[in-house]
Design a binder for this molecule. Structure first.
Ligand code: ADP
Length: 197
């Protein structure tokens, strides 16, 4: 059976993680961030090393490995009763990030709605990520060259993913607003999406 999912979409630093956590606790859907899953891998494992090489350079992890790790994680949640696909939905944050990933998950993930956090002004993003580096200690946030590489990956590989979904299930949200406003807009888009289904 397919799992149903809402997607939270946007450039690095657009606030996906922050709004994702708030929305998931407000409405009871399971927030799943592929960045968090990758960062949770043991650094000594093969996948952990692979992740740190790619992420350290601001590059996306190759599609096959990404889908393999993601599927293993989701199946683990289902097998251990932490997620019941018949009762709940996922809020996916950070996947799919390429058109190929969107294709690969299509047979198992039923995308209900896509929330896009728009921040056209990249200087806001760079500022946010450099600030986050000081708070969370993420190496990929601390180096402006790596941030630029991630934004480039977003523009050249990720932005096109939106084309895989019907425009009727996409809502654009102004991600440059303050966190509460972004959350309110996302919550309201979620409620509308549920009503229209
Ligand atoms: P951000 O959105 O701020 O870049 P994430 O935590 O979502 O941060 O991702 C961190 C890194 O994890 C990415 O730069 C990339 O290397 C890797 N990553 C996360 N999700 C994916 C994905 N779906 N496909 C490939 N790589 C991914």
């Amino acid at each position: 059976m397919k799992v149903s999912a809402f997607l939270i979409f946007g450039a690095p630093g657009s606030g996906k993680g922050t709004v994702g956590a708030k929305l998931s606790s407000a409405v009871g859907i399971k927030h799943l961030s592929t960045g968090d899953i990758f960062r949770g891998l043991s650094p000594a494992s093969e996948s952990g090393k692979l992740f740190s090489n790619y992420a350290g350079a601001g590059k996306l992890v190759p599609d096959e490995v990404t889908i393999q790790i993601f599927s293993r994680y989701v199946n683990g949640l289902i097998d251990t009763n932490k997620f019941d696909p018949e009762k709940s939905s996922f809020l996916l944050d950070g996947i799919p990030r390429t058109v190929a990933q969107a294709e690969l998950i299509k047979s198992v993930v039923d995308v209900k709605h896509v929330f896009v956090l728009d921040i056209p002004d990249y200087s806001i993003i760079v500022e946010r990520l450099l600030k986050r580096a000081k708070i969370e200690g993420r190496k990929d946030d601390a180096d402006e060259n790596v941030i630029r590489a991630r934004l480039n990956e977003y523009e050249t590989k990720t932005a096109a993913v939106l084309g895989a979904y019907d425009s009727s299930i996409i809502t654009r949200i102004n991600g440059a607003q303050d966190h509460d406003e972004v959350f309110l807009d996302t919550l309201s888009a979620y409620v509308k999406a549920k009503q229209n289904k």
